[in-house]
Design a protein around this ligand. Sequence first.
Ligand code: FEO
Length: 393
Amino acid sequence: MKARRITDRVSLIGAVDWDRRLFDALIPIPDGTSYNAYLVSGSDRTALIDTVDPAFTEVLMAQLADVPKVDYVVAQHAEQDHSGSLGAVLERYPKAKIVCSERCKGMLIDLLHLPDGSFSPVADGDSLSLGDLTLKFLYTPWVHWPETMSTYVQQEKLLFSCDFFGSHLATTDLFAEERRVYEPAKRYFAEIMMPFRGMIQKNLDKLDGYKIRFIAPSHGPVYDKPAFIIDAYRDWVEAEPKNLAVIAYVSMHDSTRHLVDRLIDGLVAGGVGVERFDLTTIDLGKLATALVDATTVVIGTPTVLGGPHPAAATAAFLANALKPKMKYAAIVGSYGWGGKTVDQLAGLMPNVKAEFFEPVMCKGLPRAEDYAALDRLAEGIAAKHGELFGARA
Ligand code: FEO
């Protein structure tokens, strides 16, 4: 795609990756993604904001073919999907300086072996004149790595936010269509940002002091109505979780599935919304997205070789790593002759700051007393939700 104008002096370039389905060899991205770079053309100097994933270097260089001079390359984030073409850009523009945080400089030298003399580090709040445009650099750590910064173009009231506010969405849309981008942006938040909620809140507060007409992230479309994504982030970061129980389970011979079905019946009767995920077929990004809003998380598992099924262990690991706002947790499952399933599963979640209900584990197929225990668990969860959201919320 050719450069597309956001304003007279700021253009979106970069690459759309329609086919990518896994990020960092870890994160499912069913809608593809984009690696956005931006060209800022001041009256005296030109800045390139970020580059693209190394696999798309040729696309970026073709877009720069008729750009005779780049004075600065602003590297907002060292991760290779944005920095991976820096070497090629420096070859093309050998006098260009890489503008980045001091910490980013160290990471870029480690990751890309770029020469020390290429850098011009900036501190939080520093400004850089391009003539009639001024770039102001705002450190926004942990969106996504500790070195990350954003860049504010004062005269255009435009914020380059890198991963912050991004979405893994391959699209030809220059500007975000809100109904289309909401789910990919929420999934992106869940998979990438949720563990850093506290820092994100501080970064959102920091942006409060700036008038913003456009937010231009490094993945997905540009926001020309930035309140939409800022309000969504405030909700995902700060708001209380919703009246939602997430049940993630795996069942080998239906015992655990029977438990889960009974639990869902009890929760729904108690006024609790439920999202149920079969871990053998789940897209883990969907589970992560549900965790953004969940007040309660229940993991269901059979006992395999004395412990939890590996799929259940993955779900526990995910909940532990993503640190959602959940307030309550429970483990249900089955066993044939023994094991340490509950201890091992709970041991995988040391970071989960939730109150754990008494687990329900049945031997073989559930019996009447197991269903009774599940009904008590459902009543207990519903009572807690009732306290938060009102009776039969
Ligand atoms: Fe899009 Fe953290 O890189």
